[in-house]
Design a protein around this ligand. Structure first.
Ligand SMILES: Cc1ncc(C[n+]2csc(CCOP(=O)(O)OP(=O)(O)O)c2C)c(N)n1
Ligand code: SF4
Ligand SMILES: [Mg+2]
Length: 292
């Protein structure tokens, strides 16, 4: 018997309040980890009790960055590598907003790498979620700064010879005050981490190791999205006490996950305000310059 396609009513969809159902179906491939990462992110916002009227999502360019178009919040799909400067500007202009950056490993650590380390160094009050699929997915599988040694990509047809970045190590060394890593399989842990990061002050960084079956896995004979999740299950260990600078990722070793850093220190805004107060004690009034 012929089956009719059912059209999902946006009003009745469980995430219709926060996803733009008019944009569905999304562009992500079947088996991609991005849908799961987005769902875990949305669940994390709910767990945190986020006020949707004052929450902003900023992305760069890439498969991951498409999330900005699917989230029914004030969201910005910016230029490649520039999500963090956009987000920093939004936060500094309006301290009442909670600003989340959600983007890919290429966007945040190749073209945007300098912005990331300096925002971490300054402890800008942002939550940064980086989906690491080990490749430039959207543009057809070029080497990313995360591509493991020996892995194939369209720009490394004989195997990658460049040492990859360890994202959690970089974020922690640069000064991030919250650092965690999960895979697209750890949905509950990821949501809890998003909630923790969202509620705290300072530069928070979460790496989400995620399958890209279409580009990365096909070049590396990694199988389907489900095969990749099974592989993640076998390779993942949770160790909150691990030193984030000593847990790089490779093609088949352990994927050490956990919450590695969670410390309090003054944010960029706090430091700027303290400096202003000290320099101009007679004329400085809290927020006065913003209100005028
Ligand atoms: C200035 C500029 N340079 C290059 C590109 C082409 N480009 C678009 S997305 C992308 C890489 C995306 O990789 P990643 O951030 O890892 O996202 P993914 O697609 O893997 O989720 C590149 C190089 C661009 N759009 N703009
Ligand atoms: S190319 Fe890879 S990262 Fe992009 S949507 Fe497809 S599976 Fe996901
Ligand atoms: Mg990528």
């Amino acid at each position: 018997m012929a089956r009719k396609n059912k059209i999902v009513n946006p009003e009745s969809h469980p995430m219709g309040d926060i996803l733009r159902m008019d944009r569905m179906p999304h562009i992500w491939c079947s088996g991609c980890g991005l849908g799961t990462a987005m769902t875990a992110f949305v669940e994390g916002l709910k767990l945190a009790g986020a006020d949707y009227n004052s929450t902003v999502v900023v992305s760069g360019i890439g498969c991951t960055a498409r999330i900005a178009g699917y989230i029914k919040l004030d969201s910005y799909h910016t230029t490649h590598g520039r999500a963090i400067p956009f987000a920093t500007g939004i936060k500094l202009a309006n301290q009442d907003l909670k600003v989340v950056v959600f983007s890919g490993d290429g966007d945040l650590f190749a073209i945007g790498g300098n912005h990331l380390i300096h925002a971490a160094r300054r402890n800008v009050d942002l939550t940064v979620i980086c989906v690491n699929n080990f490749i430039y997915g959207m543009t057809g599988g070029q080497n990313a700064p995360t591509t493991p040694i020996s892995a194939y990509s369209s720009t490394a047809p004989y195997g990658n010879c460049e040492e990859p970045f360890n994202l959690v190590g970089i974020a922690a060394s640069a000064g991030a005050s919250y650092v965690a890593r999960w895979t697209a399989l750890h949905t509950r842990r990821l949501s809890e981490s998003v909630s923790t990061a969202f509620k705290r002050k300072g530069f928070s960084f979460i790496e989400v190791v995620s399958p890209c079956p279409t580009v990365y896995a096909r070049k590396n004979r990694g199988g389907t999205g489900l095969d990749l999740l099974k592989e993640f299950a076998g390779r993942s260990v949770i160790d909150h006490t691990a030193d984030p600078t000593k847990i790089p990722l490779d093609m088949d070793g352990k994927i050490v996950c956990g919450e590695f850093v969670n410390i309090e220190k003054p944010t960029f805004w706090d430091t700027v305000q303290a400096g202003l107060k000290k320099r101009f004690p007679n004329i400085y009034l809290e927020k006065k310059h913003m209100e005028e």
